[in-house]
Design a protein. Sequence first.
Length: 446
Amino acid sequence: MRRPIISLTLVATLAFGLPTAADAVPAGERTTGSGAGRGTNILVVGIDSREGLSAAEKRRLNVGGKGCNCTDVMMLVHLSADRRRASVVSIPRDSYVAYAQTTGPVRKGKINGAYALGRGPLAVRTVEQVTGLRVDHYLETGFTGFEKAVDGLGGAVVCTDRPLKDVNSGLDIAAGVHRTDGRGTLQYVRARHVNRPGDLGRVRRQQRMVSDLLAKLRADRALADPAAAFRTARRLLASVRTDERTGLDDLARIGWALTRLRPERTEFATVPISEFDHRVPGVGSTLVWHRERSRALWAALAEDRPFTGDRRVQPVPENAAPTNPAGVRVRVDDATVAAALRAARFAVTDTSGTAPAVRHQGPPVVRYAPGREEDAATLAAALPGARLRAVPGHDASFEVLVGTEPVTVRQVVYDRNVAEGAPVTGDRLGCAGDGHRPRPLPAAVR
């Protein structure tokens, strides 16, 4: 018989929602990875299913279309043995893996398909197989319970440094920090068609939301003592469940420990990727894990040590760029500089034929449209000493005006793992310290 969850609900909300009929995973079917006995591992999954939702609920939550009955969100939460540190690793749903089937030929596919083939038990065994870690607790969630859980906790706080709009999820918010209810938070964590598009940007937003939710629960003292934990549990018991191996006392200890951690004692990462568009016949576009980095990540959890700052998990590039230079279009009025930037993989147009007869005094000037600050930082990394100028009304291309000073062009290193999923501690990931005052979402988003 599955037991209701209490304190771990604060982690569950990262995956959005109400558990469906989660399959219990018998103890005999669990594998014991190299991390056995070192800390506690909790697998949290969110299911992409519309089962039981009325047409009105689908419209209200912006979850139209057909669900895949597979895991849409998957996170592995590691609580250290001394309860002084927590690590959260997002496993992208399109990760290409071998399923942990016990009979028949080996079958490979996206990791989110393990649930469709064997429900919770196969999802757990597959994660254990590909990570080498033991999963101690399993939590499965869906759409509507997430909304109820966030509302029951008094709402959430989400933040963004740019406006975000996604027709599919219904998200439409301005730059800044916002207080959101359950529906608005669901839109925030589900949005995929924003800048940056795709799952990795969405995963980072989910991680940020979890970090800020932990901070909110800590500030609200929602689990500060047994009485507070009981009051929080009463609001959540109706919609949250977990597997049969997880006792009420286990979850109470986990939740209490998580809310005692300061943000700098929590860390978040996405599994490092080596191929972001690995095409497999019959499967489609998949993600292939970076062999060495992902192994170092799982080894850190197995050895119960932090992965933030571990260069085996995330090497530090010599001249890192926040965006891909191949997507940065640049007009350059000097042939030599244009050739050097083209060699650095920027999309360059040589405009030296129309360069002014008299150059301006000083280093090169980079002109660009406001809102392109990340691409500007990438170009600045290639042109050390250049002066950046945001010009209202400027077109989509960057314009490099070479001055009288010699120009140095440096190669830049772009790594999507750094830009979208690098290990980071909660104090650097969350909204706290952004200097913004939380404000409510527009009525259309609430």
